[in-house]
Design a protein around this ligand. Structure first.
Ligand code: NAD
Length: 493
């Protein structure tokens, strides 16, 4: 199925696409261009929704909530099953949209659709997972706990995974009985827009809604009095802000932030596997993954591994095919990434593989870059660069590697490459990260395990998928019951 791209996008609520109010002042100013990073060409326009438009979508969700939440888990699962099938049927079309608006290669885009579909598959099992529990707590007294929906849930998502990240929350929120308003990233609104129209053929009106816009629309959603739960995924500064705002407003909030993931290689690692994984991890999705390995800490000099990493990274070509690397999201990103490479070079770091040459291509490109740092103080070693850049530092000991990893404020992922179980355990006990890998460069937990970091990578008390998602999207309600056995009913004895 080929993907059609609308010239101009609309908001979506009550299962209808609704254009912006044309009579509003300066109508033209209320749209942003959507570009393809492959060439920089404008491919569509995304609306910047006003307070009235945000309110219309939230109100649709609020009106649909009583009926949707009063259905049984089994009943809602029937809708999720159909949604799962529909996403699979549209896999190629959705992946094409991801390639076009985001710049992922086709394989990466298909992978991201499939990973999104996995969470939908998990949500099909919610009747069993969220069954609640009951126990006799004293003679004749029973405690029952059930999981009821929270209300209208808002999902504000980043640009780097146009379908996978929204699917972390949408199916679990829906399966648990919440109604949802999605706020796509204004940089990549097309894929989620298409998902909304697929959902319209399945869910009752008002259950799945979508509001386009930038930070202003996101703010209006967070502040809307009918919104009870907010999930946010994006940069740390905004995640922290969204989380404290929700706390002040008394709303549930789960806000995932940025990352700077460390990968440690010790001398007994498998050189070929480590080199391949490191290159896949830092250059895959052009380094725009919150799980990308952006720092490699070598325990002791490891020239053979270093050479192999450089050889594999230098062999990658720009493009959208397999074993190629796509563009970064926009020119501002490209310039920021190139700025980090320039700064590292000026501070005395060695640029072993230099991707700056790709920056001359039309669109927004930076090639895989490998930097060997001399100083632990280089900014590129500490900041989230969010591009295909690997910073390497040679540590004197395993202890120094842990010291560097622990000192970083983020805490999404950390990985150890070794052929010793004991060494692996030594590291995983000391890393300060929510998701750890042993000989795995992108250690994303799969359902039923939850996705989520710690420290400055996550604000809120739960993880986002798996058990964490069910916990977040439900209120645990307890019923304590006592029945006195009626003594006059002789037939009971
Ligand atoms: P971003 O923070 O710029 O934007 C994310 C979303 O928030 C967008 O929808 C945007 O419109 C909205 N937004 C922006 N400013 C806002 C504000 N002040 N108030 C409310 N909403 C606002 O992030 P991005 O550049 O789109 O995404 C990249 C970032 O996301 C990286 O830091 C990456 O590590 C992070 N990320 C983290 C995870 C994770 O699981 N921890 C997963 C994916 C991406």
């Amino acid at each position: 199925m080929t993907a059609t791209i609308p010239e101009q996008l609309c908001n979506f609520y009550n299962n209808q696409f609704v254009p912006l109010d044309a009579s509003a002042d300066a109508e033209k100013k209320r749209y942003l261009d959507v570009t393809t990073p492959h060439t920089g060409e404008v491919i569509s326009r995304v609306p910047l929704s006003s307070a009235a438009e945000v309110d219309a979508a939230v109100s649709a969700a609020a009106e649909a909530f009583p009926a949707w939440s009063s259905r049984t888990y089994k009943d809602r699962a029937q809708y999720i099953i159909r949604f799962h099938q529909a996403l699979i049927a549209h896999e190629d079309e959705l992946a094409e949209l991801v390639v076009t608006e985001h710049g992922k290669t086709k394989d990466e885009a298909i992978g991201s659709v499939r990973k999104g579909v996995e969470t939908v598959e998990y949500a099909i099992g919610l009747p069993q997972i969220a069954a609640g529990r009951a126990a006799e707590v004293s003679r004749g007294v029973q405690c029952q706990e059930r999981r009821d929906a929270v209300g209208v849930a808002v999902s504000i998502v980043p640009f780097n995974f146009p379908i996978m990240v929204p699917m972390w929350t949408l199916p679990i929120a829906l399966g648990c009985g919440n109604t949802v308003v999605l706020k796509p990233s204004e940089k990549v609104p097309l894929t989620l827009n298409r998902v909304a129209s697929i959902a319209a053929e399945i869910f009752p009106p008002g259950v799945v809604n979508l509001v386009h816009g930038d930070k202003d629309a996101a703010q209006l959603l967070i502040e809307h009095p009918k919104v009870r739960a907010v999930t946010f995924v994006g940069t740390t500064a905004v995640a922290r802000h969204v989380s404290s705002q929700c706390r002040a407003l008394g709303k549930r909030c789960l806000a995932l932030g940025g990352a700077k993931n460390h990968l440690v290689a010790v001398p007994d690692c498998n050189i070929e596997m480590t080199a391949q994984d490191v290159v896949n991890s830092f250059s895959g999705c052009a380094g725009q993954r919150c799980m990308a390995a952006s720092v490699l800490l070598l325990v002791g000099e490891q020239p053979e591994l270093l050479d192999l990493i450089c050889m594999k990274a230098a062999a990658l070509e720009p493009g959208r095919g397999s074993r190629q690397v796509g563009p970064v999201i926009d020119a501002a990103s490209r310039d920021r990434i190139v700025g980090y490479i320039n700064e590292a070079e000026q501070s005395g770091a060695q640029i072993l593989v230099d991707g700056r040459g790709w920056a001359d291509r039309p669109g927004s490109w930076v090639g895989p870059t490998v930097i060997l740092h001399k100083s632990r103080e280089d900014r590129a070693l500490h900041d989230e660069i969010f591009g295909p850049v690997l910073s390497i530092y040679v540590c004197q000991s395993a202890g120094e590697a842990i010291e560097i990893e622990n000192a970083n404020p983020y805490g999404n992922a950390a990985c150890i490459y070794t052929s010793s179980g004991a060494v692996a355990e030594w590291f995983t006990k000391r890393f300060s990260a929510g998701m750890m890998g042993v000989n795995i460069g992108v250690p994303v937990p799969r359902e039923p395990f939850s996705f989520g970091g710690i420290n400055a990578s996550s604000f809120g008390d739960m993880d986002i998928t798996g058990d964490g998602g069910v916990e977040f999207f439900t209120l645990r309600k307890k019923v304590t019951t006592k029945w006195t056995v009626p003594t006059e009913k002789s037939w009971l004895h």
